[in-house]
Design a protein around this ligand. Structure first.
Ligand code: 9D3
Length: 382
């Protein structure tokens, strides 16, 4: 990923980002950083880039032309138009969803303002996104650009170690992290919670989840309204699909449940879900006729929702092979209708999300739709 920063203070950006994890990522070439000094594009022999505001008022305004030239110069270097983010207190407030969306780009141009701001006319021509990093006042956009670069870089392959990047993001579940402990076992008379020394991984997971919920209730109750419990109900013919399903679920949530509907026991239990749940249904698009149940919708007969958000993933490519005598294809719309009749709100469907990019796009889209539904619900409640 290539970051191109337009600023009057390139040193600030360079010095701030060439250390630690991002410094290493740049050495490795996972990310590149190019800073462009807007002053180098001044149209004025004194290298001036700002002027008094029309209409009067305090402070100075950055002129349109130097910003425009700097921007065009960077675009020429990239060779195609790129998303151009203006860091401004008047933008959308940055959050993890925006960060992940920006991480899908190959190039990002970040425009930092100073003084009172930039002439509106050039913003209209070059800016695609207006982003703020929070509701407080900074002296300029540079720290905003650095915050954004740091957060986005974490999603670039190779920036984090494998272990770190496969690790779940606490914000993904809209829950805060559980507390962490390391040696010694006792410090200032405080003991490490015994469950963490038990070696029982299921118990540890359950304790951590409980702590996360408790913490979120205490410290960030506003997050909880967006928290859903993810369950993936799947039928996998092949081990590779099972792996894909496990991975997809893991990318969505830390505390997900996996229900293998290929197992009779699962189909026999009461699988009832509420509006605080999210159901991911994953099935092969073509079934052999000798599969344990004859049709895809039969797999999910035991599933009931109460306006429960859900999505469908199909595995296998139905356009590639027409069903043979020994195989059976369930039309997608019949499965969807049947799930809808069972109380599920189908938000999206996806065929074969094999690349991590495809999966990320699907999950981003999904997350947005889940929250839209929640917002609508709370709006009608009020
Ligand atoms: C003090 C001047 N303010 C109006 C009288 C307007 C103002 C202009 C420029 C306030 C701050 C800034 C500089 N800030 C940024 O460029 C900025 C920013 C921020 O201040 N808060 C949160 N996110 C961002 S991103 C860029």
């Amino acid at each position: 990923m290539n970051f191109h920063v337009l600023t009057l203070f390139p040193d600030m950006i360079e010095q701030g980002l060439h250390t630690s994890i991002l410094g290493k990522a740049m050495e490795k070439g996972c990310i590149t950083l190019e800073t462009t000094n807007i002053r180098d594009f001044s149209a004025n022999k004194y290298n001036r880039v700002d002027d008094y505001p029309y209409g009067g008022g305090a402070g100075m305004v950055m002129e349109a032309e130097p910003v425009y030239r700097a921007c065009k110069s960077v675009e020429a270097g990239i060779g195609r138009p790129a998303r151009t983010v203006y860091l401004t207190p008047q933008g959308r407030v940055l959050n993890q969803a925006i960060v992940e969306e920006l991480a899908m780009e190959e190039d990002l141009i970040l425009l930092c303002g100073h003084y009172e701001g930039i002439d509106e006319r050039v913003l209209e021509e070059v800016v695609t996104d207006y982003i703020s990093i929070g509701d407080y006042v900074l002296t300029g956009g540079e720290l905003g650009a650095m915050v954004l670069i740091d957060a986005v870089s974490r999603f670039v392959p190779g920036v984090l170690s494998n272990e770190e990047s496969s690790q779940f993001e606490s914000l993904q579940d809209n829950l805060l992290e559980y507390p962490h402990y390391t040696r010694p076992e006792e410090w200032h008379g405080k003991k490490v919670p015994p469950v963490l020394l038990s070696g029982d991984h299921r118990k540890i997971e359950a304790w951590r989840h409980e702590q996360s919920v408790k913490r979120t209730k205490e410290r960030r109750p506003d997050l909880l309204k967006n928290a859903v419990t993810v369950t993936c109900a799947f039928y996998a013919l092949e081990e590779s699909w099972r792996e894909l399903i496990r991975q997809t679920t893991e990318e969505m949530t830390r505390y997900g449940n996996l229900l293998d509907v290929g197992r009779k026991k699962i189909r026999k239990q009461h699988n009832t879900f509420g509006s605080g749940d999210f159901l991911l249904f994953a099935v092969p698009s073509i079934l052999p006729t000798d599969s344990p149940v004859s049709a895809q919708e039969d797999f999910f007969q035991s599933f009931r929702g109460h306006n429960t958000p859900a999505a469908l993933i199909y595995y296998g490519n139905p356009t590639e092979a027409e069903p043979q005598d020994s195989t059976l294809r369930m039309p997608a719309d019949r499965l969807i209708t049947s799930l809808q009749n069972q109380g599920f709100r189908i938000l999206d469907t996806c065929q074969n999300p094999e690349s991590s990019r495809e999966r990320r796009l699907f999950l981003l889209r999904l997350r947005e739709k889940i929250y839209q539904g929640i917002r609508k619900e709370t709006a009608t409640d009020a």
